[in-house]
Design a binder for this molecule. Structure first.
Ligand code: NI
Length: 391
């Protein structure tokens, strides 16, 4: 089962949908036009539509020709708050907003599969098409789960997909376990004593303390984490002071920590607080550390990964399915769904040609060439996972 002919036949339609979504990007929880577009298409295909879960989320429910189990297929709909630098006809019409991560393509591929599956219904059981809002940092997936996604739409398994610009068109990457890291954020407020920059002995300089904290935090991964484990601690902002001759009272640092294993995550959280507070104390200053756990690691389940790899191989050939490529330290909201249900999140090659660039780049654009590949994968996955029992 390579690219399904019926899906290839509406490649042009999918391209038009994708470019329309690209031209009208909406950021997390503001996907009003996008969710109306999705709901309209699903209804047009004859699929039962449920709106309003996690504010702008949409779930389509489609039953096959026979009774059977139920699975969820998930796509994300949100854009990024960034300025697009492309100049083609379908470039963003909304300044400061851009489909810089290809969620326009993800939404389109799932709609394409929905159209095909609604026509054929060649499966036993129920498919839930899950269109989630706010994947980019706002936890739309978590909110859908909290608002009862799997109670209202029970699924035995759940599947996700993301385009991957580092892999050629016509390839898939399937991990049997860890795919993406847990992503946490923290803020450290270093409080000292402000004063005249020419009389530092009357102050407790939080700038010097903050600088030492930034440096010391680098040892958390390099010296205290198992070298064959993987973790990141990045300080990404430093704010303090107002002018050249005043030592400020406080400096605020923010950053992110990434890890795969729960124990490593605990280790980073405890270590950041310990190092910041001890260094501050050594200088007579104080450090208040606020550590927030954001996205859990995205961990595939082995059986579902096996199934996904088999289906991907049917679509693009086994030689084009990379098994267990190196995981990414990026994070993914689909992790919240995988915490609740067994499932698999795959990477879809999006091409490494001269025009391709990584996601979140102002020149990025989803590659329309892969639309029928992704949609065929979804369709084949349903027909395989919910195959009518042979008799
Ligand atoms: Ni994304």
């Amino acid at each position: 089962m390579p690219i399904l002919n019926r899906i290839a036949a509406f490649h042009d339609d999918m391209t038009a949908w994708r470019r329309d979504l690209h031209a009208h990007p909406e950021i997390g929880f503001e996907e009003v036009r996008t969710s109306a577009f999705v709901a309209g298409k699903l209804a047009e295909f004859g699929i039962e539509v449920h709106r309003g879960l996690a504010r702008t989320g949409v779930v389509g429910v489609l039953r096959g020709k026979r009774e059977g189990g139920a699975i969820g297929l998930r796509a994300d709909m949100d854009a990024l708050p960034m300025q697009e630098e492309n100049e083609f006809a379908h470039a963003s019409r909304h300044p400061g907003k851009m489909h810089g991560c290809g969620h326009d393509g993800h939404t389109t591929m799932l709609l394409g599969a929905a159209r095909y599956l609604a026509e054929t219904r060649n499966f036993a059981g129920t498919v839930h098409f899950i269109f989630q809002p706010a994947e980019e940092g706002l936890g739309g997936g978590r909110l859908m789960v909290e608002e009862g996604l799997f109670e209202s739409f029970p699924c035995q398994q759940v599947f996700g997909m993301h385009n991957w610009p580092d892999m050629p068109v016509g390839t898939f990457g399937v991990h049997s376990s860890a795919v993406m890291a847990a992503a946490d954020r923290f803020e450290i407020v270093v409080a000292g004593k402000g004063g005249h920059a020419a009389m530092p002995h009357h102050t407790i300089d939080p700038v010097v303390v903050a600088a030492q904290i930034v440096t010391a935090l680098q040892s958390l991964v390099s010296r205290t984490t198992d070298p064959v484990d993987t973790a990141v601690v990045s300080i990404t902002t430093i704010h303090g002071g107002t002018t050249f001759n005043v030592i400020p009272r406080e400096v605020v640092l923010t950053g992110t920590a990434r890890a795969f294993r729960p124990a490593t995550r605990d280790h980073l959280e405890a270590g950041i607080a310990r190092i910041a507070q001890a260094i501050a104390a050594a200088h007579g200053a104080q450090a208040a550390v606020d550590y927030r756990r954001c996205y859990p690691p995205t961990i595939n389940h082995a059986d579902e990964a096996n199934l996904a790899a088999r289906v991907a191989a049917e679509v693009v050939g086994a030689g084009n399915v990379s098994l267990d490529p190196q995981p990414s330290m990026g994070a993914e909201d689909f992790a919240f769904m995988l915490e609740r249900k067994p499932g698999c999140y795959v990477w879809l090659g999006q091409g490494s040609g001269p025009n391709s660039c990584m996601v979140h780049n102002p020149r990025y654009d989803f590659n329309d060439e892969v639309l029928p590949i992704g949609a065929s994968y979804w369709a084949a996955l349903v027909e395989t996972a919910l195959a009518p029992a042979s008799r």
